[in-house]
Design a protein around this ligand. Structure first.
Ligand SMILES: *Cc1c(COP(=O)(O)O)cnc(C)c1O
Length: 417
């Protein structure tokens, strides 16, 4: 097995939480009651409704939820209010992020939508945000689809951009796709009393816990590292109970609930999260180091906090690299056990206006690599071959049967895609 040359030590991944270390919590949080019930695996509750012969008691439970947004005591009444399996995932994620609560949604975008609705329904429609963000988050804010208005700024400009009707400051760190990092503590200070949302999808709670640095709202596309196997779509917001109650009411009213099967898979994913993130980060650091000294690569970005994402700009045509990989699936998304490579300007950030995209550092030559759990030498061989020959061409690929040769950088004809 290829052992990464860089010893990877997560900033807080092994810090004890109460009397238990992070890795122990990842395996046990949300499952503490199982042994007493004579269970080992988590029960999966697919119920959409819950029988009750006592309609007065149900009325009281519905009233209580409407008034407080607190999780109903006892059975959930209806699956749009709550689900016991998903609730276990929420409990575990909150524990790992060090927040009071967490609220799960059908996707990362459904989670962000609920946050924006929670703020704008309080009359606070203005959002201050720092680019780059995930392409669809940028699109949601720029288009004002939810009646919000956005001011884009850099971290130093946040305090000046805040208005009386500002309901949210939003940053992503490390950012998708450039891996630019934001000092959460400094930004939280600039926000004053305005809640700071940190999209921490790329870092996971293994590498950073923004709530401890002053972020009131921590958002994850659970589709990525939390699930970790590329087979479940989900989103989650970790926050204080007061904001969680608002989010639950919005989730109930708008219906963006996580399916119980997804809740089950996400909870299972958390158990291996520290191991997966550490292993993939070791390989990513090694690949970043090799890319940085490769003459075909113009620039490499790898976060100071570590992680399993690498962004790099090539001198040649990035479409040739996408067409040239054989082992690494050329696909959008990230955080899976298998590595994935994509061209942000074509896919993940296609919905962002070209000028805005470039201004945010998303060059047309940028490639985003999500490093998985394959052997690092196999990954390097695949990348090195896809990068083509030392002059930027892809000559060696033409010898491979079954797939057309990738176009060389010097080719004058149309790009491969
Ligand atoms: C993928 C992603 C999202 C959106 O999440 P979905 O689960 O696809 O809706 C939000 N933020 C970041 C950083 C992402 O990578």
């Amino acid at each position: 097995m290829g052992s990464p040359a860089t010893a990877f030590s997560p900033a807080c991944g092994t810090a004890p939480r109460g009397d238990r270390a992070f890795a122990t919590e990842a395996v046990h949080a949300g499952r503490e009651d199982l042994a007493a019930q004579g269970l080992h695996a988590v029960p999966l509750d697919f119920s959409t409704t819950y029988p009750s012969a006592d309609a007065r008691a149900e009325a009281a439970r519905v009233d209580a939820f409407a008034a407080t947004g607190a999780r109903p005591a006892g059975p959930p009444v209806y699956a749009r209010l709550d689900n016991p399996t998903t609730a276990r995932f929420e409990t575990a994620l909150a524990r790992l992020e060090g927040t009071e609560s967490a609220v799960a949604f059908a996707s990362g975008m459904a989670a962000l939508t609920a946050v924006l609705l929670a703020r704008s329904s309080a009359g606070l429609r203005h959002v201050v945000a720092v680019r780059p963000l995930y392409g669809c988050s940028d699109h949601l804010l720029t288009g004002g689809l939810l009646g919000t208005e956005v001011t884009w700024t850099d971290p130093a400009g946040i305090a000046a951009a805040i208005r009386p009707d500002t309901g949210l400051v939003m940053v992503e760190t490390p950012a998708n796709p450039t891996l630019a990092e934001v000092d959460v503590r400094a930004v939280a200070h600039s926000c004053g009393s305005v809640p700071l949302l940190v999209d921490s999808t790329f870092a996971t709670p293994v590498l950073q816990r923004p709530a401890g640095d002053g972020a009131r709202i921590v958002l994850h596309s659970a589709t990525k590292y939390l699930g970790g196997h590329g087979d479940v779509l989900g989103g989650v917001v970790a926050c204080d109970e007061e904001f969680a109650a608002q989010l639950r009411r919005i989730r109930f009213a708008t219906g963006g609930v996580l399916h119980p099967m997804a809740g089950y898979l996400l909870l299972r994913g958390l158990a291996t999260l520290p191991v997966r993130v550490r292993a993939a980060s070791g390989s990513a650091a090694e690949l970043a180091r090799r890319l940085a000294v490769d003459p075909r690569v113009a620039r490499v970005r790898y976060p100071g906090i570590g992680g399993a994402m690498v962004a790099f700009e090539v001198y040649g045509d990035p479409h040739d690299v996408i067409a040239g990989v054989r082992l690494i699936p050329p696909a959008v998304s990230l955080g899976s056990v298998d590595s994935l490579i994509q061209h942000p300007a074509s896919i993940s950030h296609r919905v962002v206006d070209e000028g805005d995209r470039r201004a945010a550092g998303v060059s047309d030559r940028l490639l985003r690599l999500s490093v998985g759990l394959e052997d690092v030498e196999d990954l390097w061989r695949d990348l090195a071959e896809a990068l083509g020959d030392r002059t930027g061409g892809a000559g060696r690929l033409s010898a491979r049967p079954g797939r057309p040769a990738a176009a060389g950088a010097h080719r004058t004809g149309p790009a491969a895609r």
